[in-house]
Write a protein that binds this ligand. Structure first.
Ligand SMILES: Cc1cc2nc3c(=O)[nH]c(=O)nc-3n(C[C@H](O)[C@H](O)[C@H](O)COP(=O)(O)O)c2cc1C
Length: 369
């Protein structure tokens, strides 16, 4: 194949110290198969199926502490047992030449007493509750408990939980961490003015609302080095009643502020993904943030082969992150290379606890070679 016919997504890219062989990234995808918050051996097969030599994978949202959970069976990285359980999963990805980042996460108020130590209230920047919502499976109603507003003196402790989680991720063998600053969870709750009603230095102005996120970034950079740190942001999204009245200003302020810490990458969710799982027509774009940020810029949300190639070809992004398509097509980079047909994803099995079904049983392309 002549070099000029190679699809832009299949071209190599140097992300800091990492030599990526292509630009197709596995999105962080919560799968709720980590029983009692401990990663399980079946994740070895799941992640290694999606590994390519020189490909970047982002692990599912992984709790930073015992207050971080809001869903059943999501993995954590705050105990020795969890760190040890991640090791063989990370090793399997490395054995196939993949680059693996851990998405570290705190759900904040998207939780309830049942997920909290001693049945306490979930923590947040606010004490405003969420209204009950239909869970992503479309059936169960998730009930949320009224959160407890963090005292100003407690905030550094939560920042420190992120720091320790990052240290633990490195101990588990990950190549770096992605701070989950998107989708209405704790870091996003602080940033968005629909949620954050604080009157101290963590609330009010844009600068104050972004303070917590940037303190988390600073702590992690200090702990593991800026060349191993990324962050995911969704300024335009309104998941979990977490919207902002000026998402463009928020996205830009964060992109510019992140430059000071020289972090490896900024990963943003497209404005068209305003509501969970649906694409909207929107006049907004991530281009201003892409231009403002000095490191690697990744985009996610509703991408297919065609518009992913376009995003790279037009320099709109350095890397394109694929969620549902990669979930259902373990060999997505190969399929994109060949422009082969794709397996359809099955929503009903996204979040079930089965160790195989809807998890490691999506077929690979049959090769006739
Ligand atoms: C099953 C499932 C689990 C998800 N879990 C996470 C997660 O843990 N962390 C996160 O930042 N986003 C999560 N997302 C959002 C995806 O990373 C991605 O942004 C979204 O699916 C849109 O991209 P897509 O159109 O390529 O699927 C999840 C999405 C799905 C469908």
């Amino acid at each position: 194949m002549a070099a000029e016919t190679i699809a832009p997504l299949l071209t190599p890219y140097k992300m800091g110290n990492f030599h990526l062989s292509h630009r197709i990234v596995l999105a962080p995808l919560t799968r709720q198969r980590s029983y009692k918050n401990v990663p399980q051996p079946h994740a070895i097969l799941y992640y290694s199926q999606r590994t390519t030599k020189g490909g970047l994978l982002i692990a599912e949202a992984t709790g930073v502490s015992d207050t971080a959970q809001g869903y059943p069976d999501t993995p954590g990285i705050w105990t020795k047992e969890q760190v040890e359980a991640w090791k063989p999963i990370v090793d399997a990805v490395h054995a196939k030449g993949g680059i693996f980042f851990c998405q570290i996460w705190h759900a904040g108020r998207v939780s309830n007493y049942g997920f909290q130590p001693n049945g306490e209230a979930p923590i947040s920047c606010t004490d405003k509750s969420l209204t009950p919502q239909i869970r992503a499976n479309g059936i169960d109603v998730a009930g949320f408990s009224t959160p407890r507003r963090l005292g100003i003196e407690e905030i550094p402790l939560v920042v420190n939980d992120f720091r320790i989680a990052a240290r633990n991720a490195m101990e588990a063998g990950f190549d770096g961490v992605e701070i989950h600053g998107a989708h209405g969870y704790l870091v996003d709750q602080f940033m968005k003015d629909q949620v954050n009603d604080r009157t101290d230095k963590y609330g009010g102005s844009l600068e104050n609302r972004c303070r917590f996120a940037l303190e988390v970034v600073e702590a992690i950079v200090d702990e593991i080095g800026a060349d191993k740190v990324g962050i995911r942001l969704s300024p335009f999204a309104d998941y979990m009643e977490s919207a902002d009245s000026n998402p463009e200003a928020l996205g830009l302020y964060m992109a510019e502020s992140l430059n000071k810490y020289k972090i490896l990458y900024c990963h943003m969710v497209e404005p068209r993904m305003k509501t969970v799982g649906e694409k909207f027509e929107t006049p907004h774009s991530l281009l201003p943030m892409r231009k403002a940020f000095n490191g690697t810029f990744m985009v996610a949300g509703g991408y297919d082969r065609e518009d992913g190639n376009k995003a790279i070809a037009t320099n709109y992004a350095d890397l394109v992150v694929y969620g549902r398509l990669f979930l259902a097509n373990p060999d997505l980079p190969r399929r994109f290379e060949l422009d082969a047909p794709l397996n359809k994803y099955n929503r009903d099995t996204f979040y079930i606890s089965d160790p195989v079904l809807g998890y490691t049983d999506y077929p690979f392309l049959e090769t006739t070679e």
